[in-house]
Design a protein around this ligand. Structure first.
Ligand code: NAI
Ligand code: MG
Length: 347
């Protein structure tokens, strides 16, 4: 029997509430073929109040030995500015070279989309997670003066663009063999033109995959107009961030949208979380939808080469939704805990 060491990092707000449910589901799905060994990671807003930092100084070293990191959500905006609380997410992604952020948006049975479409919605936003617009390169000067100036530079490397596109092509091969690359190369003529050139250079190596591209503004429109067009959508860090929220909402809402931050080479642990944040507007009420986080846990099991329990979780979620069980975000009345109980019963 193989044991996997999982760092369980609930974070803040509903992150804490849904992570509790995720652990219950993972415990229920364990059998005698594998064991998950959970280590609680108590970092976030409360930790900051005690220590003046959101994590210990050596937190990356602490996380390094785990087989996977399960993250709830970070953000405690009533007490601490987001640019302090959310730093660990970006640093973990970059330090552990989790350059592939995988965000499926699939309209599940029993869930209605805000779109009128009758076509299936089943796409994956693959977001470049290690560079691009989020490298934190820039500065501010003349601070506080009327002529204050800020710069924020995007960094796109040939290596970074190529590896995320190759990851996307491989993913498309296991899906519907269609890849759409998102850029804005009509206006961003250095970084985004590099993306265009790299796609041109490698796409013939994947003749079984149909590759096309769209500018991000057109893609935003097309996600609403014809979501069924998309299969694998590869985008830079910022564009992928935005399009994955859009993907989440057209597939029924952020309460259902999971996410994986993958280091494909497995040199470092990968991290699994929901797309949503700590939702302070509903935190503490016990009404958060746990499904996004539970589906992220299923992605974690897939990544740990445990496809059977992963599929079992997805089946139980689908069965539960078809039965009409819903939390308030989906128009139902179930509490977070009751929704999870229903899913566990269907495992
Ligand atoms: P949010 O995703 O937390 O919430 C947006 C809206 O969706 C809210 O109305 C919320 O109630 C609802 N919602 C989100 N998840 C839900 C769930 N599971 N069930 C039911 N309703 C749900 O985004 P928001 O409000 O912009 O940010 C709140 C905090 O979270 C901020 O501090 C932000 O920086 C942080 N954040 C953290 C992320 C992360 O940890 N990866 C991602 C996004 C935001
Ligand atoms: Mg986001």
């Amino acid at each position: 029997m193989k044991t996997y060491r999982i760092a369980v990092y609930p974070g803040d707000g509903i992150g804490i509430e849904v992570t509790e449910e995720v652990v219950r589901v993972l415990e229920a799905v364990q059998d005698d073929t594998f064991k998950l060994d959970f280590t609680p990671i108590p970092w976030g807003g409360d930790y900051y109040m005690q220590h003046g930092r959101v994590t210990p100084e050596n937190y990356l070293e602490i996380l390094r030995p785990f087989d996977a990191i399960y993250l709830g959500a970070l953000g405690d905006p009533a007490r601490i500015p987001d640019h302090i609380t959310l730093v660990p997410i970006v640093e973990i992604r970059q330090h552990f070279d989790q350059y592939a952020c995988v965000r499926p948006a699939k309209l599940l049975p029993g869930v209605s989309s805000p779109l009128k479409t009758t076509e299936p919605i089943d796409l994956v936003v693959l977001r470049e997670n290690s560079e691009g617009e989020y490298v934190s390169h820039g500065g501010r000067f003349k601070v506080g003066r009327p002529d204050e100036t800020a710069t924020q530079t995007s960094v796109h490397t040939r290596k970074g663009v190529e590896r995320i596109l190759r990851f996307g092509f491989e993913m498309a091969r296991s899906r519907r063999q269609h890849l759409t690359m998102i850029t804005k190369s009509n206006a961003l003529k250095y970084g985004m033109v590099l993306w265009d050139e790299v796609l041109e250079a490698i796409k013939d190596e994947y003749p079984d995959v149909e590759a096309d591209k769209q500018h991000v503004d057109a893609a935003a429109m097309n996600f609403v107009r014809c979501p069924e067009f998309f299969d694998v959508v590869v985008a830079s860090n910022l564009f992928g961030d935005i399009l994955s929220d859009l993907g989440g909402i057209i597939a029924g809402g952020l309460g259902l949208a999971p996410s994986a931050n993958i280091n494909p080479e497995r040199a470092f642990p990968s991290m699994f979380e929901s797309v949503h944040g700590s939702a302070p507007d509903i935190a503490g009420k016990g009404i958060a939808n746990p499904i996004a986080s539970i589906l992220a846990a299923a992605m974690m099991l897939d990544w740990l080469h445990l496809p059977n329990p992963a599929e079992k979780i997805r089946d139980a979620v689908a069965k539960t939704l078809i039965s009409g069980a819903k939390t308030p975000d989906l128009g139902g009345t179930l509490k977070t805990r009751e929704m999870t109980d229903a899913i566990i019963q269907n495992l």
